[in-house]
Write a protein of this length. Structure first.
Length: 227
């Protein structure tokens, strides 16, 4: 099995989920005491969040490209970026390394076979900017994002609660309502397009299938590592 490099810290709560899922999936496939050979490089989310907030995406790309190079130098044979939002700068990472980079949108789209109109929950950047929508469109999938004030609610819960390891029942109820409104607008499934959202909601909270981008990403990474 090839060594998987993980760029984490955005937030560490989601990175912990990546590590857990990665090793559970490896053990499920290989059995016994197997776990995934992996390297985790944690960046400082405070720095990344400030760059997001101030729109300094080029600097963000440089920061994460450097992290990918360091992982490759340490022996990583493929790289996963443990966040949806920062895939906005995926090209900078891909250009920085010679090993494969597993893109979270491609991995998620592969789990959406048969769906054409899909709801998306994520940070404001993921929901409103084109990088996620355009790549999904390349897979033949149209994304539906919440209207205001739902987008603000979804974003604020991520940054004020989930990335600070807070899981509030009231926020779970609010997310249920947001997903119900996406279904009313024709969503056939909903993508949990932020790696912390699965800490808050699960399949029981929606009337349509929920696709966990984190799990899809991990499974695609394990596929490649075992290929």
């Amino acid at each position: 099995m090839r060594t998987i490099g993980l760029i984490g810290g955005m937030s560490w709560e989601s990175s912990a989920e990546y590590y857990r899922l990665l090793n559970e999936e490896t053990r499920r496939r290989l059995g016994g005491h197997h776990c995934a050979p992996s390297l985790l490089l944690t960046v400082d989310f405070a720095e990344v969040e400030e760059l997001q907030r101030t729109g300094r995406w080029e600097r963000s790309g440089e920061l994460l490209a450097d992290a990918a190079r360091r992982l490759e130098g340490a022996g990583a044979e493929l790289v996963l970026l443990c966040t949806n939002t920062m895939h906005k700068v995926a090209d900078a990472i891909t250009d920085a390394v010679d090993v494969p980079f597993v893109h979270i949108v491609d991995a998620t789209a592969a789990r959406l076979a048969g769906f054409r109109r899909v709801g998306l929950l994520g940070t404001r950047f993921t929901m409103e900017q084109d990088f996620y929508r355009d790549r999904m469109r390349g897979h033949g999938i149209e994304l539906v994002v919440p209207e205001e004030p739902d987008r603000t609610l979804v974003h604020d819960v991520i940054y004020r609660e989930l990335t600070r390891n807070r899981v509030e029942p009231a926020s779970r109820a609010a997310y249920r309502d947001v997903m119900a409104r996406l279904v009313e607008r024709g969503a056939e499934a909903v993508v949990l397009g932020c790696t912390e959202i699965t800490l808050l909601v699960d399949a029981s909270d929606a009337t349509v299938p929920l696709v966990d981008s984190t799990r899809a990403h991990v499974e695609a990474g394990v596929d490649l590592a075992l290929a």
